[in-house]
Design a protein around this ligand. Structure first.
Ligand code: ADP
Length: 494
């Protein structure tokens, strides 16, 4: 059994943090396996990383954007070449099955590839002035040192989709990855190092949220924070940012519905729901956690979905037969088990699952049986709160209007889906649904590099990530007026 050490990367050197309580990196499919330990960074380590990033900023921002883009693009190519290696590490640490892990690496590569191209499109506008002989235009400029705080559920793709636009725009970066996935964080950064990012431009601090994460948020030389993670911590960081006058971008919770109307192709809707609810163990931000089903197809839908749930094979994600991995760690697993108790206490009908899975080797991992609830009403906690496990609540409705009303009756608004063959209903859904991303006749999950990603309502704050909008958070606008008349005109009167 190996004991890898995951260090900080500060100013171009791998260094230990100054804390004395290293964080164990545990395989959630078999918690007897300790993969390694991440160094325990403290505020002084964050200080060192921010100082290195601050020092590197002037040279990095002075480089031409296309030159920065070339380095970022090279990192994307390395991800593609290293997909097998990174994917395997990701599966061991996070638990998702190998095919999903490799898919995530490919997605990270796509994102970096797309965002590197934005280096050639950091355009402003020329705008006609009211004043004669005046040239007016806008230009983007970087913010300085940005802090990135990322979660474990996409430990490769999420850091990649924050690092790439931050660097392309000319910022320097301090990344605090998740405690559960320090090896993947290290591999994400290693690709940028190998691609030629100069020392100090990209730094990692490994460590706990309450120490390293909080110190990064609070640091006076950190100009902005981009965060993806839990609603609880995100709101805390958002408030903290506001009190420090610091821009914060947060991508937080979801309670994503799939709406199945009476004219839906039920078999397709069932396949999409199973993939969205049980794929990645329900640990995607975009996972399907509510099926809102017309009463005319409800029983058929539930019967077929129960059959699909029975096909799911929980296990170690490195085994090619496995189709669903474990919860990422004991805390997350405990939360899922707690919601199973809440569901039972709320009086749902358990069609399948509802328990920990312990057959054979599963007893050493953090596995939950794929769980299907019916008889769920919109006021129940299992229908309102994000569970982040393989637990699906089915809510029965009568027609599209009630379906939309139930779908929108939660505080989150990340993603959604509708299954119907009726174009009028499709457009009604697109008009009324309160989610930042929506799908027609496809699962709630996924997101392509070139399209904006993010939610409405309490799912988050700040500009959308990914797509062309990704650059927004990482740049400021300068508006420039140049008087070329040679005389004094004094501007306009307001
Ligand atoms: P999850 O439930 O996905 O683990 P968290 O919101 O707890 O979500 O964690 C997401 C990221 O936020 C992790 O990198 C974690 O270390 C970090 N984090 C947790 N608490 C804080 C905090 N108080 N300040 C800054 N970062 C934090």
């Amino acid at each position: 059994m190996s004991d890898h050490q995951f260090l900080n990367y500060i100013g171009g050197e791998w260094v230990e943090g100054s804390g004395t309580d290293p964080i164990p990196d545990i395989n959630p499919a078999d918690t007897r396996e300790v993969i390694g330990h991440a160094t325990d960074s403290q505020a002084q380590d964050v200080d060192a990383a921010v100082a290195a990033a601050k020092e590197a900023f002037e040279d990095w921002r002075s480089m031409t954007p296309p030159s920065r883009g070339k380095i970022v693009q090279a990192a994307g190519r390395l991800y593609e070449q290293r997909a097998a290696e990174i994917g395997e590490v990701l599966t061991r640490e996070e638990g998702k099955i190998l095919a999903e892990a490799k898919g995530e690496v490919q997605k990270g590569a796509n994102l970096v590839d797309f965002l590197s191209g934005e280096a050639r499109r950091l355009n402003g506008e020329t705008v006609p002035s009211e004043i004669p002989n005046t040239f007016a235009y806008t230009v983007r400029c970087p913010l300085g040192v940005v802090g990135l705080i990322t979660p474990w559920n996409f430990p490769m793709a999420i850091p990649a989709w924050k690092i790439a636009p931050a660097l392309v725009a000319g910022n320097t970066v301090v990344l605090k990855g998740a405690e559960q996935t320090p090896w993947t964080t290290q591999l994400v950064v290693q690709a940028f190092i190998d691609a030629g990012v100069p020392p100090g431009v990209l730094n990692i601090v490994q460590g706990r949220g309450a120490t390293a994460g909080a110190a990064l948020v609070d640091h006076p030389d950190v100009a902005a924070i981009s965060f993806t993670g839990s609603t609880e911590i995100g709101r805390h960081i958002w408030a903290r940012g506001a009190s420090l006058g610091k821009p914060v971008q947060c991508e937080l919770g979801g309670k994503n519905p799939i709406i199945v109307l009476d004219d839906a192709d039920v078999a397709l809707a069932v396949a999409a729901t199973a993939k969205g609810a049980f794929g990645s163990t329900g640990q995607r931000c975009t996972a399907t956690s509510r099926a809102i089903v017309d009463r005319r197809v409800h029983d058929q839908f539930v019967e077929e979905l129960a059959k699909a749930a029975a096909q799911v094979i929980p296990g170690n994600g490195l085994d090619p037969r496995t189709t669903m991995g474990p919860s990422v760690d004991k805390e997350q697993f405990g939360k899922v088990q707690e919601y199973l108790e809440i569901g039972a206490a709320e009086g749902v009908e358990v069609i399948c699952g509802g328990r920990r899975a312990t057959d054979g080797a599963l007893e050493y991992g953090l596995f939950t049986e794929p769980t299907l609830y019916t008889g769920v009403t919109r006021d129940m906690r299992v229908a309102r709160e994000e569970i982040f496990g393989p637990v699906l609540s089915v809510l029965e409705v009568d027609g599209i209007e009630e379906a939309l009303d139930v779908a929108n009756d939660v505080e989150f608004g990340l993603t959604s889906s509708v299954y119907t063959a009726d174009v009028n209903r499709v457009f009604r859904y697109i008009d009324k649904i309160e989610t930042g991303m929506l799908h027609v006749n496809s699962p709630t999950i996924g997101g392509e590099a070139q399209l904006p990603f993010g939610g409405m309502k309490k799912t988050g704050v700040g500009p959308r990530e990914m797509g062309k909008t990704a650059i927004e958070f990482y740049t400021e606008w300068k508006t420039v007026y140049i008087d070329y008349s040679g005389g004094f005109r004094g501007g306009n009167l307001y």
